[in-house]
Design a protein around this ligand. Structure first.
Ligand SMILES: CC(C)(COP(=O)(O)OP(=O)(O)OC[C@H]1O[C@@H](n2cnc3c(N)ncnc32)[C@H](O)[C@@H]1OP(=O)(O)O)[C@@H](O)C(=O)NCCC(=O)NCCS
Length: 184
């Protein structure tokens, strides 16, 4: 399954993405608010190899898609999708954009494409994301997408040697048509 937006293509990670995936995912600034930070290139390669065939019906596991520039086929980031086992028609996502490609609207464009796909094609009822409240870029992205802050859990996760808070943002299928109009 491939998702296309104006400037991006979301498709399967390939083994030849390992160097680039490692380069930006190992960056301490990129990894600061995230659980996974590879310490060597082979970890990125193993990560790609263990990725399952992407399917929005896959429950329980996280599946990761490559985010590529349509013009160059270059990997500029990745988008993870999780379908919790205990909820119906409900999805969680997370996204990472390589530092030199940040601030150009790519995350917004990729997630907007994902939302269109999940709500329209898979009749998703609800999509949510979990972010570290200190992550201003992530917070801004969620709000730009029209997601609502639903929860703020104190010291929920142990991450990189400290307890960190967790904020939940969500959007429902019936809220998406209005939310997506805000930015064309
Ligand atoms: C969070 C992240 C994916 C945003 O990617 P991006 O491509 O730079 O985001 P966009 O350019 O699409 O911007 C989306 C919105 O966030 C805002 N934004 C982006 N970076 C920002 C920053 N550092 N500070 C404040 N606002 C920021 C943009 O202005 C835009 O809002 P607007 O439409 O109201 O102007 C990126 O910073 C990243 O990969 N961070 C490291 C990984 C990470 O922490 N991921 C967790 C995400 S769940």
């Amino acid at each position: 399954m491939v998702l296309a937006t104006v400037r991006l293509r979301l498709d399967a990670l390939r083994e030849d993405d390992a160097d680039e995936l490692f380069r930006y995912r190992a960056d301490p600034v990129v990894a600061r608010y995230q659980g996974w930070r590879p310490t060597k290139q082979t970890e990125a390669l193993d990560f790609i190899r263990t990725q399952m065939q992407w399917s929005p019906e896959t429950r329980g596991d996280w599946v990761q898609r490559a985010i590529r520039l349509t013009d160059h086929d270059a990997l500029i980031g990745d988008l993870g999708l999780h379908i919790p086992v205990d909820t119906e028609d409900s999805y969680e996502f997370g996204i990472t954009i390589a530092p030199e490609h940040q601030g150009k609207g790519y995350a917004y464009e990729a997630v907007r494409g994902l939302f269109d796909y999940l709500f329209d094609t898979f009749h998703a009822r609800r999509i949510h994301a979990s972010i570290d409240p200190r992550n201003q870029a992530s917070d801004a992205l969620m709000r730009a997408l029209g997601m609502r802050q639903e929860a703020h859990f104190r010291e929920r996760f142990w991450l990189h040697g400290e307890w960190v808070d967790d904020m939940i943002f969500a959007i429902l299928a019936r809220e998406w048509p209005e939310a997506r109009k805000r930015k064309s």
